[in-house]
Design a protein around this ligand. Sequence first.
Ligand code: GSH
Length: 364
Amino acid sequence: MYQLIGAPVSLYTGKVRCYLHFKGITFKEILSTPQVFKELIIPRTGVRYIPVLVTPDDQVIQDTTDIIDHLEQRFADRSVYPVGPCQRLVALLMEIYGDEWLVNPAMLYRWANDENREFAIQEFGRTRLPGASDEEQYAAGLEASGPFAGALPRLGVTDHSRPAIEHSYMALLTELNTHFSAYDYLLGDKPCIGDYGLIGPLYAHLYRDPASGRLMRDQAPQVASWVERMISPDANHNEGDYLADDQIPDTLLPIIARMFDEQVPVLLETARLLEQWTQASPDSTEIPRAIGTLRYRLGDMEEERLAFPYNLWMWQRAHDFFNGLGTDDREAVDTLLTDEQIQALSAPLTIRVQRRGNRLERQQ
Ligand SMILES: N[C@@H](CCC(=O)N[C@@H](CS)C(=O)NCC(=O)O)C(=O)O
């Protein structure tokens, strides 16, 4: 049987759990306790990330995108990758937007709100010391959650950026609420890889943390209903499909625009920093987790954050798909995008990255 190693409190575990439910894949979830880290996660993956999937033939896979792509090969029925070029591109864009950008409001609301923070600390303790007393779990949770709470400045989540991140998140909730008032999922009646990207931050943090959950249910009840559809263990009863004729709902356009406005400049700047890093370290193949700092903008707020080259591995997926389109498909996709968006997607990625042994490398 498949085993999903992760935790209820974990953003990326939620992404895979929802996917497994939708595909109707039988699995057992195993809590990522310190013992499981020591005996399985670290020796078998070489890194300390969750979730991890253990397959029935004992392959061990980390990274939610790799896990989903591995399972898509084996369970081809009800693929979460739309075939139409417009829908496929939007699905890939929404995956990286959820995975690598909405983690900012997720982390802000979890760690800067007292009620959420207390809940999260207790939850980290439940993962670290299952079965211990509440007090013991709280103490363990405080220690275990330290590095996560402490990561906020590295993501550019600071007192200075807080109002802009909150403003952006509230506007996104309104846009998503309008969309989900008309459609069950991003692209119609069936979830796509983009829905799985969004569910990470929008479930474990922004729905499950108590104060965030109230905010979502009050301000964007249709988004909360989408979360509930996504996390349902009965999700595999869904027989719906994507909208016909590769249609993209108009209600998604402001969300795509928001992603290009907020996240894509960071991706392009990260690509530039990676070029610089490569020139400065021509003999290094392995790329560190962060390669310097960059300034990012949200509205008229500017803040500094680290540049994470892993983002480019995700961006390559959308970029390569877009740049590999044949003439007719490319024409169709171009009608969906603005000139600036086309330009951003066309910008060459001179340094290519790949993952090997769960580490990021320069592709030679
Ligand atoms: N891109 C990875 C991200 C995994 C990830 O960052 N997981 C978090 C928990 S939700 C983690 O293990 N963080 C540990 C760390 O950042 O050192 C994926 O999709 O699996």
